[in-house]
Design a binder for this molecule. Structure first.
Ligand SMILES: Cc1cc2nc3c(=O)[nH]c(=O)nc-3n(C[C@H](O)[C@H](O)[C@H](O)COP(=O)(O)OP(=O)(O)OC[C@H]3O[C@@H](n4cnc5c(N)ncnc54)[C@H](O)[C@@H]3O)c2cc1C
Length: 416
């Protein structure tokens, strides 16, 4: 039986593997590290003595590919969030607090309700979001919105930086529209913010591995692909250092690697090379916080911290496009972020035990120039397909984009 060799056990590789194995294909996944999940995983932290995620990951209920993946692996009930599309914010410079709250249906009645919008904003200003719909390919988000106005500073910019992990002045506008169309454009029911209740691995990775195993797929850990040999427009061999795998004429290869990983094994494919960091700070509080609002997520304006996730005793903070912040020592980062968290959550004590996680290459820099370098699923090699959050899904580099890219690769192979 012909085999499908998938290299990379991040969400894109796992999603491709599950779809293909479910169709009865013989799937073999090779992963360079000793675990699956790539940039989306949990681990036991010895300082906090609990499981934490490598980074806070926010999803929206309208992320249809991620939801389909969770249904496929039987963990759709492991995400949690507020019952409606509520995004609480605090501005640390003024101590103003507000919640952006969308109504469930598609018509955006909420923009006409002052207490559902950021303070100082108007319904008319909200309509400016539609500028995204006709953004030119070279347009940046900052250029489109002029970096001003309460809608921009108190709603759009925090969401855009989180979604694209790129400063708004250089971030491409088009992928943000793709997100808005599939979520905000569908109404509040598609916009509930969701997080993995028991951690990313429990939601995404462990159930995916169980599903793959039940479908008869193989996963080989600690196999770093060093080179993909090509001949006559076909991949003919995968070199994993000491051992290698011959790719038979009717086999197929999916490379589900980050851009730098792909470049290393197939230098002739152009990839976007710049990336941005994400810094996460995890704090273990002396006791669980009483639930002050109906949401485990809080957006922060005017501080270093950007998004706070509260899960029991652990408060985790995300800072996106954090290249400069990541250059600081962990203790400096802890102090800067804790100052914001203490003010935002009104906690009258110094930093509790913490873990700072710096992901230096969290995602590619999602600029208009980089968008042009996103490769398609199908390649010039007849038996080679690409997946990964940075490939051309039209979406930002997110869980939704990664899973969709894997599902696209599977669909292309199944229809070939
Ligand atoms: C800190 C952080 C916060 C984030 N926050 C969010 C968020 O809030 N919401 C959201 O939707 N997304 C978020 N993301 C993005 C999301 O995690 C990624 O888009 C997604 O995990 C990418 O999956 P992937 O399969 O494309 O790539 P990866 O996860 O990078 O998977 C690639 C896999 O290939 C393996 N590999 C690499 N080279 C080789 C090789 N030569 N041979 C074999 N294997 C190899 C790697 O070990 C890895 O397991 C965040 C990412 C980070 C880092």
């Amino acid at each position: 039986m012909s085999r499908i060799h998938i290299v990379g056990a991040g969400l894109s590789g796992l999603a491709a593997g599950i779809r293909l194995a479910a169709e009865g294909r013989h799937v073999v996944i090779y992963e360079s590290s000793g675990h699956a999940g790539g940039r989306c995983r949990s681990f036991h932290d010895s300082v906090l003595d609990c499981m934490i995620d490598n980074g806070n990951h926010l999803l929206l209920s309208g992320n249809r590919s991620a939801q389909a993946f969770l249904r496929d692996v039987g963990s759709e009930d492991t995400l949690t969030g507020p019952p409606d599309a509520a995004f609480p914010f605090v501005d640390l410079t003024t101590d103003e607090r507000w919640t952006v709250r969308l109504n469930a249906g598609r018509f955006p009645w909420w923009i006409f309700q002052p207490d559902s919008r950021p303070p100082g904003s108007s319904a008319r200003e909200f309509l400016s979001i539609l500028k995204l719909a006709c953004a030119r390919p070279e347009a940046t988000i900052g250029e489109l919105f002029g970096n001003a106005g309460p809608i921009f500073t108190r709603f759009m910019a925090p969401l855009a930086v989180a979604a694209l992990n790129t400063p708004v002045d250089t971030a491409a506008a088009r992928p943000l529209w793709a997100v808005f169309k599939e979520t905000f454009g569908q109404g509040g029911a598609a916009c509930r913010p969701l997080i993995a209740r028991d951690g990313l691995s429990r939601s995404f990775v462990d159930p995916a591995l169980s599903r793959l195993s039940s479908l008869g797929a193989e996963i080989r850990f600690n196999r770093r692909l060093k080179q993909a040999a090509v001949f006559n427009s076909m991949v003919t061999r995968l070199e994993f250092g000491d051992d290698g795998v011959d790719v038979a004429a009717d086999d197929t290869v999916v490379l589900a690697l980050p851009p730098a990983g792909l470049k290393a094994v197939l230098p002739m494919i152009s990839v976007p090379e710049a990336s941005h960091a994400i810094v996460n700070a995890h704090f273990k509080l002396p006791a669980s916080l009483p639930t002050a609002s109906d949401s485990p997520i809080l957006g922060i304006i005017g501080g270093v911290a950007e998004w706070v996730f509260v899960r029991g005793q652990v408060v985790s903070v995300t800072v996106s496009a954090a290249d400069r912040l990541a250059d600081n020592d962990a203790s400096e980062i802890r102090d800067m972020i804790w100052r914001d968290v203490a003010q935002a959550l009104r906690l009258p004590y110094g930093p509790p035990p913490s873990r700072i996680v710096k992901e230096r290459r969290a995602t590619f820099a999602q600029t208009p120039e980089a968008m042009l370098l996103r490769p398609a699923t199908k390649t010039a090699f007849a038996n080679l397909y690409l997946a990964g959050d940075w490939t051309d899904t039209g979406l930002p580099a997110t869980i939704e984009g990664a899973i969709r890219s894997g599902q696209k690769a599977a669909a292309a192979i199944l229809s070939a």
